[in-house]
Ligand binder design. Structure first.
Ligand code: FAD
Length: 250
């Protein structure tokens, strides 16, 4: 057994720590999707019977007491199984693991635990994110209201790969993909479209996820469009140069 949390670099202390605070799980399946995505299914007795709200995250444990957050698309509490869509974006510890993860591997994780309560978000809804948010968008489909009256905007590197990944996790309607461009010019269009969607539905809610600077920009645009801070949920998933965001809500 070589879980990400107990490679040769980690010690007995770390292993005891993970056993105390984490749940043990096993990789059941890893499906490469659209080149840079992995649809990962984890299972384990420790996951059975646990409560899950769409939008919750898990944190996978890695050597050095590191945790990396992912958003289950679905959770089967009876079987003790969950799936998430991981984006392989570079050489961070989780990206490296995702790129080489194999069925049968064991790991430790914390959660599912609160990140965004998608059940509590009323419609109409404007959702924004990027490649790290596809799982969250898919989890919207598991809410009582499902994807009724939801429009989604994603900033992405590759429209083609992203479409494949989104289709694979069942996100196929009401979405706009904006391919990243120099100096974030693509966000001008997204900002305009988000503002125009909000002007026609002033009682809308927003959920903004993904890159910290992008969601900050959209948050300001939503406030300028007249939304109150209570109507907008921001959860930064990552920021250039910063490692391992944990999903603090603002
Ligand atoms: C609540 C929550 C839920 C999340 N759910 C998902 C999910 O379902 N799927 C998913 O793929 N990710 C998700 N993320 C994002 C994921 O946790 C981060 O991308 C994480 O940094 C990946 O860890 P890493 O070890 O690969 O990179 P790190 O070691 O954390 O970072 C290494 C470098 O890569 C940069 N970096 C991190 N993420 C990206 C990125 N996406 N693109 C470009 N550069 C990046 C960092 O800024 C840093 O410079 C979620 C984050 C949060 C907080």
């Amino acid at each position: 057994m070589v879980p990400p949390s107990s490679t040769a670099a980690s010690g007995v202390l770390e292993s005891v720590f993970h056993r105390l605070v984490s749940r043990r799980a096993r990789v059941r399946d890893v499906e490469p999707v659209g080149g840079s995505f992995r649809l990962v299914t984890l299972e384990g007795d420790d996951l059975q019977g646990h409560r899950w709200v769409p939008g919750d995250m898990i944190q996978i444990g890695f050597a050095g007491f590191l945790g990396r957050a992912y958003t289950p698309l679905s959770f089967d509490a009876g079987a003790g199984a969950l799936s998430f869509l991981g984006h392989v974006h570079g050489d961070g510890i989780a990206s490296r693991w995702l790129a080489s993860a194999r069925p049968g591997e064991e790991l430790y994780l914390v959660g599912p635990r609160a990140a965004i309560d998608l059940e509590a978000v009323t419609r109409p809804l404007v959702f924004f994110g990027d490649e790290t948010s596809f799982g969250t968008a898919a989890a919207l489909g598991a809410t009582r209201e499902r994807t009724r009256d939801v429009v989604s905007f994603f900033e992405v590197d590759s429209a083609e790969a992203s479409r494949l990944a989104l289709e694979r996790v069942g996100v196929t309607t009401g979405l706009t993909l904006a391919v990243r461009s120099a100096e974030d010019r693509h966000l001008e269009r997204v900002e305009d479209e988000v503002v125009s969607a909000l002007r026609s539905a002033p009682n809308a809610r927003c959920v903004f996820t993904g890159k910290a600077s992008s969601i900050q920009r959209l948050y300001k645009a939503a406030r300028r469009a007249g939304l109150s801070s209570r109507q907008v949920k921001n959860v930064a998933y990552w920021a250039p140069g910063r490692r391992g965001f944990s999903g603090v809500q603002r």
